[in-house]
Design a protein around this ligand. Structure first.
Ligand code: HEC
Ligand code: HEC
Ligand code: HEC
Length: 173
C-alpha cells in the first residue's frame, strides 16, 4: 500500500492502461487482455480499435475494486475452460453504453429497423423493451447471442450464436 501511495499520480496513469489489469492478476485477466488486443471477433477488440480502454466500459468504483482485490487475494473465483471467469457479474446496459461520447441509442435503433427485412422487427425496440440490457445479446469478450431467437426465427448476425428455439412460445414468426 505504501508503495502504491508513494507512486501517487503515476499509479493512476498506469491504472488507466489495459496492461495494468493483468500485470498482477494474470489469472483471471490474461484472457480478457489477450482478446482485447488479438481476437477480432470480439466486441472488446472492435472497441479497442476505436480507442476505448478497459476502464471506459468498466467504470472504476473504489469499493468494487477493493472487493475484486480481496476476491483475487483469496483466490475465490472459478475459471472456465476458455480462460475467462466462469461466473460473469458484469452486464452491459444503456448506462454503460450510451453515456457521453459513446452510442447514441436513437441511432442504434434506426440502424436495426426492419431487421432482416421484416417490417416492424427491431432487436433494439420490441415488446421485450426499448434499450433492453445490451448483454441480453451483445457479449464484449465472447460470442454474442441472438436472444430474440429463443422464440423467433430472425436473421442472426454473422458470427453470433443462435439459441435453440424453445417450443412453448407457440408458432411465432
Ligand atoms: C466495450 C466495453 C468493454 C471493454 C473495452 C472491456 N470490457 Fe470487460 N466486460 C465488458 C462487458 C459488457 C462484460 C460482461 C461480459 C461480456 O460481455 O463479455 C465484461 C466482462 C469483463 C470481465 C468479467 C467480469 C465479471 O465480473 O464477471 C473481466 C475480468 C473484464 N471484462 C476485463 C476487461 C479487461 C481487462 C479489459 C481491457 C483489456 C476489458 N474488460 C475491456 C465490457 C468491456
Ligand atoms: C435483442 C438483441 C439485442 C440487444 C438487447 C441489443 N442489441 Fe445492439 N444489436 C443487435 C443486433 C442483432 C445488431 C446488428 C449486428 C450486426 O448487424 O452485426 C446490433 C447492433 C448494434 C450496434 C451497431 C449498430 C450499427 O450502427 O450498425 C450498436 C452500436 C448496438 N447494437 C448497441 C446496443 C446497445 C448500446 C444495446 C443496449 C442498450 C444493445 N445494442 C442491445 C441486437 C441487440
Ligand atoms: C419468450 C419468447 C419471446 C422472446 C424472447 C421474444 N419474443 Fe417476440 N413475440 C413472442 C410472442 C409469443 C409473440 C406473439 C406472436 C403472435 O401473436 O403471433 C411475439 C411477437 C413479436 C412481434 C410481432 C410479430 C407479429 O408478427 O405479430 C415482433 C415484431 C417481435 N415479437 C419481435 C421480437 C424481438 C425483436 C425480440 C428480441 C428483442 C423478441 N420478439 C423476443 C415471443 C417472444
Amino acid at each position: 500500500m505504501a508503495v502504491l501511495v508513494a507512486a501517487g499520480a503515476g499509479f493512476w496513469v498506469w491504472h488507466e492502461q489495459p496492461s495494468f489489469c493483468n500485470a498482477v492478476c494474470h489469472e483471471p485477466m490474461d484472457a480478457y487482455v489477450e482478446g482485447y488486443y488479438n481476437d477480432s471477433s470480439q466486441m472488446a477488440y472492435t472497441h479497442r480499435a476505436v480507442g476505448t480502454t478497459c476502464l471506459q466500459c468498466h467504470e472504476p468504483k473504489l469499493d468494487e475494486q477493493i472487493g475484486e482485490a480481496l476476491v483475487w487475494l483469496r483466490g475465490d473465483f472459478a475459471m472456465a475452460a476458455d480462460g475467462r471467469l466462469a461466473t460473469v457479474g458484469v452486464r452491459s446496459d444503456a448506462k454503460m453504453c450510451t453515456g457521453a461520447g459513446c452510442h447514441e441509442f436513437d441511432e442504434v435503433v434506426a440502424a436495426t429497423e426492419n431487421w432482416g427485412g421484416e417490417t416492424g422487427v427491431n432487436p433494439h425496440d420490441s415488446h421485450q423493451g426499448y434499450a433492453l440490457d445490451c448483454s441480453s445479446c451483445h457479449t464484449a469478450h465472447g460470442q454474442s447471442f441472438m436472444y430474440c431467437n429463443t422464440c423467433h426465427d430472425y436473421e442472426v448476425p454473422k458470427g453470433w450464436a443462435a439459441p435453440v428455439r424453445s417450443e412453448p412460445a407457440g408458432d411465432v414468426a
